[in-house]
Write a protein that binds this ligand. Structure first.
Ligand code: IVH
Length: 671
């Protein structure tokens, strides 16, 4: 029987991994390295192996990636796009090999394996009908991806027509990636245009594929290697290598030159090591080797378990590390005044990318590493451009290294700084600190806030230095001439910027709220507030009791909101924004005394009358809330067509299940 502690840990892991999936797949903003993610996943799998009763449909082990984001049309895969199990080292690969041979072959036989480069990019599927490219989709949750056909059609590597003779229907799978040199150039261009730079080539590829305007995708240096098939009509290949050869004959780009077919586990490990040695000389990032049983008949016999095939595994490289020296410690002042240390390094090339900075996070981290200026350190780049300092080489100390003291004054405005014992970083409390001001502005214009494109740090600094802006409200008063005073500002860019600023005036209220940078009001809290208060004015006048009455808002957040609206300078800023024409759009406001006030709904299955989003809005308009999973706190489950496990759980917990007609009555709509 599973104990309480393990059960709790299992729930925690599910939540954490699902959150990382969202960040990675839907926002291109991973918070953890691949290795950290893998560790979490393994821990989850270990628990589930021992206690299969812990597995729920919500467990990330039961799905691949995150569910598809909403801006592209859903695109189901005829054959699910699975994920791969990982082997971290040779021993784990031997276990994989032994288990296949023990269960499926005479143990003495060696297996033939196709070893392919594991491209570090984004998986996609291309569908060809009668030789014509008719659809392209992302992997999504493995069953339903996003339709990105228009974007994919802009990629030169991808043929719109196949070379005859071709299969009637063909689903091709492959990895979209960006070459390292192209990536560096893209980031330079992004920086020049004032746009956000990408942390690594994979994020750049993912971000480029998810553009709503295919013209933007067309500008990005995307490439593809195809590595497999889903549906294939009328043609049969007998090995993985033959499949790759067929794809090439059809005109698709395949990395056959770097694919080897070897016999037995020892040869696989040898291939893996050779590739690891060459890894840094390649024009693109690879994060390991994908090893596939070559024989298709055997692949079919092996089949799959939960989310991955039994006939393939990824042998991942360890993260890349290099040695360098810490030359100095820089101090970064954030928009809330938090001061974080950054190590300035003697530049070192870590797998093709020059690194000269490493984040140190806070002074606890400096203490943990026992880091000093002048130290020889090991830096590790786990896919991202900004690496971490993982170790100090104490044996290389000469005695000249210098301790890194906590700053006593702000590096930007010289105001005294203070570190409260409850925090890991000191703060500059000067509300007029210029470094904070610029960070606040960067935050205000960022994608999740007012989403003003073409205004990066460089451009904002110039506007401030030229005396054109002193706060974010001034952005709305800029003239074309003011814009031309910025470097590299031509007619076209000024036009784009003008439009972007103008259209930000009517962003949803939640985006403005987030953009204001109220302490503890992140994206989610901003959304919750916007659903409760129709206007900024209403929020500004609210009482602490009104705030705390909102389910998700606690004392700390409530106090911070009151402080913000109690600050005369902030009120002036809000007035200035208002006068400049900023009129945020109200969102669905939850009724305080609606028919469903305080009730929690879970919606499951396919609804006939509404989309899921519409049904959620109906609940909210009637004062209720929706949740993703059924628990004792759930009041109703709205069950549509083919509702599955959630309905079963509701029955088990005695939660009332309603159909669409009853639901309509509850939310007060006439059908
Ligand atoms: S085969 C069922 N081959 O790695 C087989 N995948 O988690 C699934 N990848 O989603 C994939 N290079 O995005 C395969 N040569 C290759 C690959 C490859 C990169 C990616 C792909 C997949 C992930 C595995």
């Amino acid at each position: 029987m599973i104990d309480l502690f393990t059960q709790q840990r299992h729930a925690e892991l599910c939540e954490e991994i699902n959150r990382h999936n969202q960040l990675y797949y839907n926002h291109d903003l991973p918070e953890v390295t691949d290795a950290e993610y893998d560790d979490l996943f393994r821990e989850l799998q270990a628990i589930e192996e021992r206690y299969p009763e812990a597995i729920t449909p919500e467990s990330p082990s039961q799905k691949v990636g995150a569910s598809a984001a909403e801006k592209f049309a859903p695109s189901p895969h005829a054959v699910p796009m699975l994920s791969l199990k990982n082997a971290k080292n040779a021993e784990e690969f031997h276990d994989f090999d032994t288990s296949i041979r023990k269960n499926f072959l005479a143990q003495s036989a060696e297996l033939d394996y196709a070893c392919e480069m594991k491209m570090d990019g984004v998986a996609i599927e291309l569908t060809y009908k009668e030789g014509k490219l008719i659809k392209a989709s992302t992997r999504g949750d493995g069953f339903v991806g996003e339709d990105i056909t228009e974007n994919i059609k802009t990629i030169n590597d991808i043929p719109h027509s196949l070379t005859a003779p071709y299969p009637g229907t063909l689903d091709v799978r492959g990895e979209i990636y960006i070459d390292l040199a192209d990536f560096q150039e893209l980031n330079r261009a992004q920086e020049d245009a004032g746009d956000k730079t990408f942390a690594n080539p994979r994020n750049a590829a993912a971000g480029s594929l998810r553009q709503l305007d295919a013209k933007v995708t067309a500008q990005r240096p995307l490439r593809i290697f195809c590595y497999g098939v889903g549906r294939i009509q009328g043609v049969k290949t007998s090995t993985q290598i033959e499949t790759l050869q067929l794809l090439r004959k059809l005109g698709l780009r395949v990395n056959l030159e770097e694919t080897t077919c070897v016999s037995g586990a020892d040869e696989v490990i040898k291939t893996f090591q050779q590739l690891q040695d060459r890894r840094d000389t390649l024009p693109f990032e690879i994060d390991g080797v994908v090893v596939k049983v070559n024989e298709i008949a055997l692949q079919e016999e092996l089949g799959m378990v939960s989310r991955s095939p039994r006939w393939a595994i990824a042998l991942k490289f360890p993260p890349r590390q290099e040695q360098t020296i810490v030359e100095k410690i820089g101090l970064q002042v954030g928009r809330t005044g938090a001061i974080t240390p950054v190590a300035h390094l003697k530049p070192v090339i870590v797998s093709g990318v020059t690194v000269s900075r490493a984040s140190l996070h806070n002074w606890d981290e400096i203490e943990r590493l026992d880091l000093r200026v002048g130290d020889h350190v090991i830096v590790e780049r786990a896919g991202d451009v900004i690496p971490d300092v993982v170790k100090v080489l104490l044996e290389k100390r000469t005695g000249d290294e210098q301790q890194i003291p906590l700053p006593t004054e702000c590096p930007e405005c010289n105001a005294p700084v203070h570190k409260s014992p409850a925090e890991v970083v000191p703060r500059c409390n000067n509300p007029h600190c210029p470094a904070q001001a610029i960070e606040r502005m960067k935050h205000f214009v960022s994608r999740d806030a007012m989403d003003i494109e073409s205004l990066g740090e460089k451009q904002l600094t110039q506007l401030i230095n030229n005396g054109k802006i002193t706060d974010v409200a001034d952005l709305y008063l800029l003239s074309k001439e003011d814009m031309f005073a910025m470097d590299r500002m031509g007619d076209a860019l000024a036009e784009k910027l003008t439009l972007s600023i103008a259209s930000s005036k009517t962003q949803p209220l939640s985006k403005l709220l987030f953009g204001l940078g109220i302490r503890h009001v992140g994206k989610n809290t901003a959304k919750i507030l916007a659903r409760r208060f129709a206007t900024l004015d209403e929020l500004a006048k609210c009482t602490v009791d009104q705030l705390i009455a909102i389910h998700e808002i606690g004392d700390k957040v409530a106090q911070s909101i009151l402080n913000y609206f109690g600050n005369p300078e902030k009120i002036l800023l809000l007035q200035k924004l208002h006068q400049a024409g900023v009129q945020p759009q109200g969102e669905v406001v939850i009724q305080q005394d609606g028919p469903l006030t305080g009730k929690v709904f879970v919606i499951t299955g396919t609804l006939a009358k509404w989309s899921r989003k519409e049904a959620e809005e109906l609940v909210e308009e009637a004062g209720g809330r929706t949740a993703g999973s059924v628990s004792k706190k759930t009041d109703y489950v709205l069950a549509g067509e083919s509702a599955g496990s959630k309905l079963a759980k509701a029955e088990k917990l005695g939660v009332e299940a309603v159909d669409e007609a009853t639901f309509a009555l509850l939310v007060g709509v006439v059908l």
